[in-house]
Design a protein around this ligand. Sequence first.
Ligand code: SAH
Length: 372
Amino acid sequence: MTDTALIDVLKRRIALQGPISIADYMNEALAHPELGYYRKRDPLGRGGDFITAPEISQMFGELIGLWAAVTWQQMGAPSKCHLVELGPGRGTLMADALRAVKMVPGFYDAITIRFVETSPVLRNYQQAAIMPYGVPAVWHESFDAVPDTPGVPMIVIANEFFDALPVRQFERGNSGWCERLVAMEADSGHLCFVRGQETPIADALIPVHLRGTAKPGDMFECCAPAIAIADQMAHRMNDHGGVALIIDYGHAHSAFGETLQAVRDHKYYDVLQTPGDADLTAHVDFGALSRTITEADARTSAVLTQGTFLKMLGIEARAELLKQSADPLQALEIDSALQRLISPAQMGTLFKVMIAYGRNSAPPPCVSGVEG
Ligand code: SAH
């Protein structure tokens, strides 16, 4: 095992306090103020650990930009609008979006970009990426720090943000649920998973339709910060108008299963091996987000696949247009990026899209069916 300084911090904490939850472990590994994964580096791009849709092709951000501009027009082209992006990475999606909507009358003047980003490294990239467009931008540490301004609606974009939020894991024992924890092996001093005492907490967190169906060994994940953000978003969208576009890998309906994973240098890693030096994510439970939003009396679309969503936005026609001014090598690259984004064998099916909107807002483009 490669020891990092963060692993020593975690071991000290466990030695003093006993085993910690998976959420505490994820939180330290990703967001420790000095040693957390997202605090130290640019995980995207060349030499990074993983690649995201906006980094694969400019088409992704361009189409989302057009979607946002049409959404704004359908809201009645309000003179002020918060364009919020959660976890904007290198700012590529926003830069491509802004370039695509340059000609939409009034949109640039109406929007203030609000980036929710904890990483100082990535904030610098974001600032540089959007600089050419001259649109005002403000950075916030968390979604609840985005101003809740009466009369100002918001359009929220979140691509691969929710998967980075910490989950708790619960494992079904013979008679009840136990929280899965991270402990330290007495002999080796290595971090390991252990099963905690039975706890009634999970029973309350598991959705009603799954209760009573669990078998011993089943795992259930719950992402409290995601639920809190979805709830807050729903209330704000109801109060001031608004729409949110959530794209991530995950499942359309809540289910049992373990999805926590570590990725480093484009390869899967042992989750406990290099905290702070590997990205840790869990699949997004779109069922839980949708329930939270509809329970707050806001609206959600059906969960679409990324492939379906991008085709609805016209990605194939956009690719053809780009190819008209491309040389043969570039044309091949455009086709391969298109397939990467929409093909079921690649990101097309694993990645899901959900659109949420306030109860007084018109359904935005691509809301094909309303749930809840
Ligand atoms: N949306 C971008 C980047 C995805 S990576 C893209 O598609 O390329 C995840 C992003 O979320 C990074 O910008 C990371 O710094 C940010 N992030 C992770 N945890 C966060 C948190 N708790 N609060 C705010 N931003 C966070």
